[in-house]
Design a protein around this ligand. Structure first.
Ligand code: SF4
Length: 106
């Protein structure tokens, strides 16, 4: 068998391309889904992905400057734009978002 370095690298490149194309290898398949603002649970708590758009008149409990990033319910690693929230299991929320469940960090 005559195996050259170039032929091995070529086969590895083809294999890597195939593996990357497989549906179960895509990162979106392993990450929790983003909470849809139309999800019934999201609607019940008036979740929005942009806290700066919250109408304080409609939501008198809204505290200026509050958002998911400074909420006690937010979980996961700092630095991620979407992170888990204890009120919405199995989903991730935008750190720029807000909902009626907002609780000040201690
Ligand atoms: S409970 Fe807090 S972290 Fe969760 S969606 Fe509401 S404001 Fe964001």
């Amino acid at each position: 068998m005559n195996t050259t370095r170039r032929s091995v690298l070529g086969k590895l490149g083809v294999a890597a391309g195939i593996a990357a194309a497989l549906p179960w290898n895509r990162s979106s398949g392993t990450e929790p889904a983003r909470l849809d603002v139309k999800d019934p649970a999201a609607i019940a708590l008036a979740y929005t992905e942009n806290a700066s758009l919250v109408d304080a008149k409609s939501h008198p409990g809204f505290v200026a400057g509050s958002n998911c990033d400074n909420c006690l319910q937010l979980q996961g690693a700092a630095g991620n734009i979407y992170r888990p929230c204890s009120l919405f299991p199995g989903k991730v929320v935008s750190v720029s978002g807000w909902c009626k469940g907002w609780t000040a960090e201690m």
